[in-house]
Design a binder for this molecule. Structure first.
Ligand code: MLT
Ligand code: ZN
Length: 470
C-alpha cells in the first residue's frame, strides 16, 4: 500500500496562487459543510478545499499532488450514501470540489447528446435537455444537489433504470483528469467505438479512485408528450412484481418507473415530511408508484384490478398530483433520516427472487436482532431495494449502531449472498462498504480491481480510503 504525504506548504501556496480566492481556502468555516456527509455519519479533515474552474485547473492540482504524493478527494453535490466524497478522518489530503465547473457546454438535438461539466446539477441537465425538446431520463430524489461528476463516478441509478438503465448506459463520452495529471479527452459521442478497453466505462462507477471526471457527454431521448402516474395498493411484493409484468405486457416499454413502497415507509413520510397526504383512502400493506410515458395507465390498471392483481389505486389527474405522488416516494430517505438511528443497505438480487427475498430476509433479521424493524423499499423492477434496519426503539441509537452495525450488516449481506445478490446495487462502496466488498466478492474480481487501480494510480492519490479495501 502506498504512503501519502500531507500537502507541503509550497504546494499549497502554488495552488492558492493559481486558483485565487474563489478556488482555494483553508478556512475551517468555509470547509466545514463539505467535511461531513449529508447523513452526518462520516466526518473528515482536509488541508485545503480547492475549487477549480476548468479542466486545466484540475490538471494543475492533480499534477502537483502526483509529484508530491498527496491524496485528493473529489466531491460534487456531497450526496453520497456511502461516505464516498468525505475526506478521511485523519486529514492530510486536498478536498477538490467540482461545484464551480457547472456549465452545460453544448446540447445537440441532432446528435441527441448534451455535454455537461462535472459540477452541473442534475436538475439543470434536465432543464437544458427540455429546452432543446429532449430529455435526460435519469432522475433521483437528490436531483437538486447531485452533480454529473458524482452521478458518473457512482454509476448512479434512480427511478428510471427500468427502461433506460443506470449512468453506465447513458454516458456517451467522458473528459477526465487521470492520476498523473494527463487529460483524457473522450467526449466525442460515437455510437460505435471498438478501440479496445473502454476507459469511459472504467471511470464510471470508479468513485473517483481512477481519476477525476471533469465533463460528460450524456445521451438524450425524445421529450415525452405525456405521462401517466398512479399510486396502487398491493397485497405483497410478489403481487407487485406480477402487476409490473402485467403492465409491461399491456403497454410495451411505456412503463418507466415502478417503485415499491411498504406501508412502514409511507407512514414515516407522512409523519416527518410536511405537506404530505395519504395517497389512498385506506392504507395498503404495500404500495407501488408506477409511471408510464406516452401511454394511459387507466385501462391496464382496470384490467389488472379485475384480475385481482391490485387493491385500491389512485391515478394522478394533474401534474401537481403526479408530483405529489413522486414526492412521497422521493422523501423516504429523508424521512428515515429523521426517524432515528438505522442501518441502510442497498442491495440487489435477481428480480424474480426479490419478493421472496424481501419477506424472508426481513423476517430473519427481525428474529435474529429482536426489536429491529426492517423497511425495504425501492426499485423492485431492477431487483434493487434499500433495506434499512432500524434500531430497537428502547435502545440508545448511537450505542446500538456502534455495537451492532457490523453484525447486522454481515447478517444482511449473508442473506444477499445466499440469494446470489450484490451488497451495492446503486450507491457504490465509498468508505462504508470496503470491508464488505472484500468479504463478499470473489478473490479473482478483487485482484483484477486492484490491478486496475495499481496500473492507473500507482501512488494511490485518488480518493484514498474509498472503494478498495486497505
Ligand atoms: C432512493 O432510492 O431513494 C435512494 O437511492 C436513496 C436511498 O437509498 O435512501
Ligand atoms: Zn435508490
Amino acid at each position: 500500500m502506498s504512503v501519502l504525504n500531507p500537502p507541503p506548504d509550497a504546494l499549497l501556496a502554488r495552488l492558492e496562487a493559481r486558483l485565487g480566492p474563489r478556488g482555494f481556502t483553508r478556512d475551517e468555516d468555509d470547509m466545514a459543510p463539505w467535511l461531513t456527509d449529508w447523513r452526518g455519519r462520516y466526518h473528515g479533515r482536509a488541508a485545503a478545499l480547492v475549487s477549480p474552474a476548468s479542466a486545466a485547473d484540475v490538471r494543475e492540482v492533480v499534477t502537483a499532488c502526483a509529484q508530491a504524493g498527496v491524496g485528493i478527494v473529489p466531491q460534487g453535490g456531497n450526496s453520497s450514501m456511502v461516505g464516498g466524497a468525505t475526506p478521511p478522518a485523519q486529514g492530510g489530503v486536498l478536498l477538490l470540489s467540482l461545484r464551480r465547473m457547472n456549465a452545460i457546454r453544448t446540447v445537440s438535438a441532432e446528435d441527441n447528446v448534451l455535454v455537461a461539466e462535472a459540477g452541473a446539477i442534475l436538475t439543470h441537465v434536465h432543464e437544458a435537455a427540455a429546452a432543446a425538446g429532449r430529455r435526460f431520463p435519469l432522475t433521483l430524489g437528490a436531483k437538486g444537489s447531485a452533480t454529473v461528476g458524482g452521478l458518473v463516478s457512482t454509476n448512479a441509478g434512480g427511478t428510471q433504470v427500468l427502461r433506460f438503465g443506470p449512468m453506465r448506459s447513458l454516458v456517451a463520452g467522458l473528459e477526465a483528469v487521470l492520476p498523473d495529471g494527463s487529460l483524457y479527452e473522450g467526449l466525442s459521442a460515437l455510437r460505435k467505438d471498438n478501440r479496445g478497453y473502454d476507459l469511459k466505462q472504467l471511470l464510471i462507477g470508479a468513485e473517483g479512485t481512477l481519476g477525476i471526471v471533469t465533463a460528460a457527454s450524456l445521451r438524450l431521448f425524445p421529450a415525452a408528450a405525456s405521462r401517466s402516474v398512479a399510486w396502487c395498493g398491493v397485497a405483497t411484493p410478489s403481487a407487485a412484481l406480477a402487476l409490473l409484468r402485467f403492465l409491461e405486457d399491456r403497454t410495451g416499454p411505456a412503463v418507466e418507473s415502478f417503485e415499491l413502497v411498504p406501508r412502514r415507509a409511507l407512514d414515516l413520510v407522512l409523519a416527518y415530511v410536511p405537506g404530505t397526504r395519504p395517497p389512498l383512502a385506506a392504507p395498503a400493506s404495500w404500495n407501488v408508484l408506477v409511471e408510464a410515458v406516452d401511454a394511459a395507465l387507466e385501462p391496464p390498471l382496470v384490467e389488472a384490478a379485475e384480475a385481482g392483481l391490485l387493491g385500491d389505486a389512485a391515478l394522478a389527474v394533474s401534474e401537481a398530483q403526479a408530483e405529489a405522488f413522486w414526492r412521497l416516494r422521493d422523501s423516504i430517505s429523508e424521512a428515515e433520516r429523521h426517524s432515528g438511528p438505522a442501518l441502510k443497505h442497498d442491495i440487489s438480487v435477481p428480480v424474480a427472487a426479490m419478493p421472496a427475498f424481501m419477506e424472508s430476509a426481513a423476517a430473519a433479521v427481525e428474529q435474529r436482532f429482536p426489536g429491529t424493524r426492517v423497511i425495504a423499499f425501492g426499485h423492485l423492477g431492477d431487483g434493487n431495494v434499500h433495506f434499512t434496519v432500524g434500531a430497537p426503539p428502547e435502545a440508545d441509537g448511537a450505542v446500538w449502531l456502534e455495537s451492532e452495525a457490523l453484525a447486522v450488516s454481515a447478517f444482511v449481506y449473508g442473506e444477499v449472498g445466499a440469494a446470489g445478490g450484490s451488497i451495492s446495487a446503486e450507491h457504490g462502496i465509498g468508505q462504508m462498504k470496503r470491508e464488505a466488498l472484500a468479504a463478499t466478492v470473489s478473490p479473482v474480481r478483487l485482484a483484477a480491481q486492484r490491478a486496475i487501480k495499481q496500473a492507473l494510480d500507482p501512488k494511490g492519490i485518488m480518493n484514498p480510503g474509498k472503494l478498495l479495501p486497505g
